[in-house]
Ligand binder design. Sequence first.
Ligand code: HEC
Ligand code: HEC
Ligand code: HEC
Ligand code: HEC
Ligand code: HEC
Length: 374
Amino acid sequence: MRKNIWPLLLIFFLLGGLVVLLIGQVVLPPDPRPETVQAISLNWSSSGHSDRESFSFTYWDQREPPEIPANCAKCHSTYGYLDYLGEDGTEAYVVDNAVPIGSVVNCLVCHNPVAHEKDLTLFPSGAEIDGLGMSANCAECHQGRSSNVDVTAAISGLPEDEVNEDLDFINIHYKVGGATRFGDDAQAGYQYPGKTYDGFYPHVARFQACTDCHDPHTLLVTPTECAACHPAASSFATLRDIRDPSTPDYDGDGDTTEGVAYEIATLHDLLHETIQTYAVEVIGQPIAYTYSNPKWVIDTNNNGIADEGEISRDNAYPEWTPRLVKATYNYHLVVQSSGAFVHNPRYAVQLLFDTIEDLANVVHVDMTNMVRPE
Ligand code: HEC
Ligand code: HEC
Ligand code: HEC
Ligand code: HEC
Ligand code: HEC
């Protein structure tokens, strides 16, 4: 009898070991391993930063001489960014020279001694924000090219509703999420005097820096990481359904369950409509927005949209008042901050609310149920 217990014990231990192994595989995640350089390179190749065909990197190809001017090169080439960092031995925080065409946002943009140590971003408003770590690089390129300061200077001392031939649309440029994120601290938006604006939107400690949310190589966020706290966001498609239960009904439409992105979208649409009413009633010429240049055109047939035939430099909206310059600046800023619902939802709502309210001084808009975050 005694002899027979050993094979049984052996089977018992073997089975036990197997069960522990299986549980280990299912319950405990494998050790985190840094991604391989191959995997990282593939990720980067899938991103906009490597897109050689993009307008962002080909716009200057047909120029004579074929080079990227110093004031564009920082964000549109590797050479320009290295010059800006001072990594090429020239002064930092300025691009000294035009650079060759043909580069994208290469590995070297972020992986060089200066970029690794970088902690501070300089914004077009003149604001310097530090403590950002490597994300300070992201905000250097995703900050636009103008700010509250430029708009304030352009309209200073001019009567609000008088057309002035020195005025024109002020275009903050593209994909400016890195500035919107910091709100009043960076002053990307036109901020109405007498109002207060939110600064940096802290969100939560673990998801605060650019690369806490954006993979630095694919540039994508991982919705499943968000879903841990926001069950609404299980996929890219549902990211915009995220809403903090304590968020008020900013747009006043009675829907307190829609994602905060849709609160912003309703106010944004209303701002476009209000700009159109202002253009007709105060200036006497219909206007419409287009994603293409020159952004604001004469809506010749007054159908509310920029039709194909209306989109051309020759049809650029010609009559600008200070009130219109401010409103169109903030409208386009929000178009170019499609991540604002995450980056700084309260700042976006404040800008939209105040812009609509300013137009409401001279045209009729119903703002009865709208809420400004204070
Ligand atoms: C602060 C950084 C920055 C500077 C400086 C800058 N750009 Fe850009 N630009 C961007 C970013 C970011 C985009 C976003 C591209 C996109 O749409 O994905 C962009 C997009 C563009 C595009 C493509 C727009 C489109 O419709 O796709 C053009 C053209 C362009 N910029 C021209 C210029 C020119 C000309 C200058 C200099 C006078 C300039 N940029 C300076 C950051 C910058
Ligand atoms: C836009 C900026 C940017 C670009 C471009 C970029 N990286 Fe990175 N990379 C980062 C940041 C930010 C990190 C993360 C550092 C951290 O986690 O603290 C990183 C991390 C890494 C790591 C370490 C990964 C790990 O798991 O620890 C490697 C290796 C790497 N990058 C290689 C590359 C290569 C190769 C390219 C080009 C194909 C590239 N990177 C392009 C910003 C960038
Ligand atoms: C040297 C300038 C530069 C730096 C630094 C930079 N970017 Fe970009 N980024 C760009 C340009 C230019 C584009 C547009 C590329 C294109 O047109 O395909 C872009 C595109 C993007 C996009 C895609 C936007 C969209 O909606 O298509 C995201 C997201 C992004 N960058 C995030 C980041 C993050 C996060 C970092 C830091 C880890 C960073 N960027 C650093 C210049 C830069
Ligand atoms: C650890 C929990 C946690 C994680 C993970 C998290 N969030 Fe949040 N998020 C919060 C909290 C708490 C708030 C409310 C904070 C506040 O407004 O002060 C919030 C607010 C937001 C809001 C604004 C909602 C509103 O109504 O104003 C958005 C949008 C958002 N998060 C998106 C994201 C995205 C995208 C991710 C993933 C990249 C993410 N969150 C990951 C906890 C989290
Ligand atoms: C809390 C998470 C979170 C943080 C932190 C964050 N982003 Fe984003 N970002 C997002 C999400 C989500 C989107 C929208 C993606 C989409 O449209 O599907 C976005 C969109 C963008 C875009 C394209 C649209 C836009 O608004 O410009 C850029 C560029 C961008 N982010 C850059 C940055 C930079 C630079 C930082 C740091 C200063 C940053 N992001 C910080 C989550 C985040």
